[in-house]
Design a binder for this molecule. Sequence first.
Ligand SMILES: NC(=O)C1=CN([C@@H]2O[C@H](COP(=O)(O)OP(=O)(O)OC[C@H]3O[C@@H](n4cnc5c(N)ncnc54)[C@H](OP(=O)(O)O)[C@@H]3O)[C@@H](O)[C@H]2O)C=CC1
Ligand SMILES: CC(=O)N[C@@H](CCC(=O)OP(=O)(O)O)C(=O)O
Length: 317
Amino acid sequence: MEHPVRTVGIVGARGHTGAELIRLIHGHPSLQLAFVSSRELDGQRVDARVDGYAGDLHYGNYAADAVPGQGADAVVLALPNGKAAPFVEALDRHAPDTVVVDLSADYRFDDSWYYGLPELTRGGQDRQRRISNPGCYATAMQLAIAPLLGLLDGPVQAFGVSGYSGAGTTPSDRNNVELLRDNLMPYALAGHIHEREVARQLGTPVEFMPHVAAHFRGITMTVNAHLAEAVDVAALAARYRDRYAHEPLVQVLDEAPWVSRIAGRHGVEIGGFTVSADGRRAVVVATLDNLLKGAATQALQNLNLAFGFDETAGIPL
Ligand SMILES: NC(=O)C1=CN([C@@H]2O[C@H](COP(=O)(O)OP(=O)(O)OC[C@H]3O[C@@H](n4cnc5c(N)ncnc54)[C@H](OP(=O)(O)O)[C@@H]3O)[C@@H](O)[C@H]2O)C=CC1
Ligand SMILES: CC(=O)N[C@@H](CCC(=O)OP(=O)(O)O)C(=O)O
């Protein structure tokens, strides 16, 4: 179906997720880039920085008060955690009908925002204007755990390993390639914000242990669940196949998915179904690309739903 073209601005466009969004929006049949904002790249050509973008757009440095005046139909905030509020306040005040998609964790606990994990939260109210876009670990955990709801007996343990692009571009130990070489770096082993986010969304306790590794992109998430009744591997896998049968972005496999195979791809792979001898403990593995389904691809799903487009428009499947 033909749609009128809608325009999208990106704040935080220098970052890893911003670059992916530029590529996706540029290739979208019904979306067009209105502006891309970066303080550091102000004035530079976008085509000199982003493979896959061809055009005359330049980065600009737009402070929060300047964003509503750009007239974009949607604004994606791809800023570090804690930086979204001035942009949201300016849009609330001067352009309240703008669709806002926030990639950070800033509004994920705010019930006045729509939590946009389409495979689990889409419904009758998808034409949203304030959308909190779940991140990489939270998406992997929720998609891996959701089919187990109703079977669980106690907290679920989630062991996650992220590529270092998950730590953004601000220098830290977690994106320091020297420190990561031949290494696996554990951090925030209890109480990570994504632990609380997933527990809140799924309504069940989760114990999350994040790590970062030397690869650039991709998350692997191993979930360990104690069950109230025994299952066998076939029944466990069938539960996932049924749950995601009509989801173009979720592939259910028999074997355990490998993170090396998901880099650069838009969906999620779930597999490696294993049960203990008594059938009361299940293990499941999920992989996704943190920059795509964990951020930019999910943002595109949410923009598509907000504008009434096909949810996967512009997403190469
Ligand atoms: N990386 C990932 O795998 C994922 C990231 N996310 C979330 O998405 C958001 C963006 O992540 P990512 O792309 O990795 O981040 P980056 O660190 O790579 O990029 C951050 C961007 O924000 C801009 N920026 C930084 N500070 C400010 C500020 N005070 N005001 C205005 N602009 C600022 C930077 O550009 P400049 O300094 O030039 O202005 C840059 O464009 C984060 O909230 C992150 O948690 C979510 C899922 C996955
Ligand atoms: C490796 C690494 O540092 N990862 C980041 C999360 C990645 C991400 O950006 O996710 P959210 O948007 O959900 O915060 C972290 O653990 O905080």
